[in-house]
Design a protein around this ligand. Structure first.
Ligand SMILES: O=C(CO)[C@@H](O)[C@@H](O)COP(=O)(O)O
Length: 231
């Protein structure tokens, strides 16, 4: 079977991560899904970005089993697999250890919605899923991370089609989107918003949340019926 299209999509999206300053060395990974065949292409584990080729992307099913490819898939593969399996609208997933988003994850804090940059992309604080319980760490850690993310969204009543990013406590961010390129875009947005929020708190520890009316205005300008560009 030929998986060239998703291999190329995953490769192109992975190569954006170092260009956007979202990864160092081999940190992070992107995947792209082919739902008609129930598989996704993901970065091989531990391979530097400048050594990647489209052919090196590993093809995996929604249970994390390798279907095609010579290399070992990313160690985060099972987290991607859980999200693809249960959130059927997702076309691509990104995991990075980008500095500012990861700092909020390590601090186990949601990123507060302080300004309109945040509201252009989300109407809520960016959620931080709680760190994993000890019993889960001993189990299938990457698989459980997928459920940790999904449980966080269920408990908070969040829709993954509206909030396309999450922090995993003590770990780092995951983002997703209709395709791998949109997931990368969301990863870059998250990193910028995380940086702005950190500086905001440093400059003014009592900085207020953005008013609901402004959140609504900015969100609708970008995503409502009058939106002037599609994402
Ligand atoms: O989360 C982590 C490490 O904490 C991984 O994403 C990172 O090391 C990249 O691993 P892979 O090279 O994709 O196996």
């Amino acid at each position: 079977m030929n998986f060239d299209i998703i291999r190329q999509e995953a490769y192109d999206a992975n190569m954006q991560l170092p260009k956007l300053g979202l990864v160092l060395f081999t940190f992070g990974n992107v995947s792209a899904v082919d739902r008609s065949r129930g598989v996704f292409a993901i970065k091989p584990s531990g391979v530097p970005y400048d050594e990647l080729t489209p052919a090196s992307m590993v093809i995996v099913d929604f249970d994390g089993n390798v279907v095609d490819g010579k290399l070992r898939p990313s160690s985060d593969t099972k987290t991607h697999a859980v999200l693809y399996k249960h959130w059927e609208g997702i076309g691509g997933i990104v995991h990075t250890h980008s500095v500012f988003a990861t700092s909020w994850a390590q601090a186990q804090r949601d990123i507060p919605i302080f300004g309109t940059t945040h509201a252009d992309h989300n109407t809520v604080d960016i959620p931080c899923a709680p760190p994993m319980a000890d019993a889960m760490i001993e189990g299938d850690y990457e698989h459980e991370t997928g459920f940790q993310i999904m449980n966080c969204f269920t408990e908070r009543g969040l829709d993954y089609r509206e909030v396309e990013m999450v922090l995993v406590g003590n770990h780092a961010p995951f983002t997703w989107g209709k395709n791998a390129a949109k997931a990368v875009y969301n990863s870059a947005v998250l990193e910028t918003v995380a940086q702005m929020a950190m500086y905001t708190e440093q400059i003014n520890p009592a900085a207020p949340r953005l008013k609901e009316a402004l959140i609504k205005k900015h969100w609708e300008r970008k995503h409502g019926p009058e939106a002037y560009y599609g994402q």
